[in-house]
Design a protein around this ligand. Structure first.
Ligand SMILES: *Cc1c(COP(=O)(O)O)cnc(C)c1O
Length: 229
């Protein structure tokens, strides 16, 4: 087994254990392998080990990998900060976007999503920790924004994403994820057909799964420590 393959098995085991511990089905939590900064060869190794969905933050880098691996039928998720002038490439290249945090961006993605492709799958990024510099819409503004995005053509609103302020305190990790889960539950209750809570990374996936995550985004535990962000 390669290191990446062994790491992937270990992450799947963590997901499995965390799900069982919360009385959830492991199959209800999907794994997004975050391949940012790693070459196409690393993605290939993960594919050989059975992984199909990959997350990228940097558009230029992602475009090269997507092109190189085009024949493999992979699912690509854009999870990085998204500026208006970059929306067209994202709309044309990716299957999912997790980092939509304002209406303007969603409108551009809707306009620019080619008719030849299935709807772009969208999560709204929420600033659950209230940090000034973090991207993400404020918790209080989530209902209005999601209602508007749900009406746009060519997009399918799937749910919410968050990157809480990093902490090793499992209680604090859960608190942040719980805030996201509660807003998510409220939206579902009012009838929005959403199914995805994108939360949990290498250091906090257990807390995220305990709070209802349906998709964890894991980079370091699969590919190793990155030499840059
Ligand atoms: C880098 C990144 C991840 C993966 O983080 P790890 O700690 O390496 O698992 C997940 N989500 C987003 C949005 C990221 O930018």
């Amino acid at each position: 087994m390669t290191t990446i393959s062994a790491n992937l098995q270990a992450v799947l085991a963590r997901i499995h254990a965390a799900a069982r511990k919360s009385g959830r089905q492991p199959g209800d939590i999907s794994l997004l392998a975050v391949s940012k900064t790693w070459p196409a060869s690393a993605v290939r190794e993960a594919v050989v080990a059975g992984q199909r969905a990959f997350g990228e933050n940097y558009l230029q880098e992602a475009m090269e990998k997507v092109a190189e691996l085009a024949s493999m039928g992979l699912e690509w998720h854009f999870i990085g900060p998204l500026q208006s002038n970059k929306t067209r490439l994202v709309a044309e290249t990716f299957d999912w976007v997790h980092s939509v945090d304002r209406l303007k961006i969603a409108e551009r993605l809707a306009e620019q999503r080619p008719d030849s492709l299935p709807p772009l799958q969208v999560c709204v990024q929420v600033n659950v920790s209230g940090e000034e510099t973090k991207s993400g819409v404020a918790l209080a503004d989530v209902p209005a924004l999601t209602r508007q995005i749900a009406l746009l053509p060519r997009l399918q609103l799937r749910g919410l994403m968050a990157i809480p302020a990093p902490t090793e305190d499992a209680g604090l990790q859960r608190q942040a994820f719980r805030r996201l889960r509660e807003v998510f539950a409220g939206l579902k209750e009012e009838g929005l057909p959403i199914d995805t809570l994108s939360m949990g990374m290498t250091h906090d996936l257990e807390a995220a799964i305990a709070e209802g995550s349906t998709l964890v985004r894991v980079g370091t535990a699969i590919f190793g420590e990155r030499s840059r962000a």
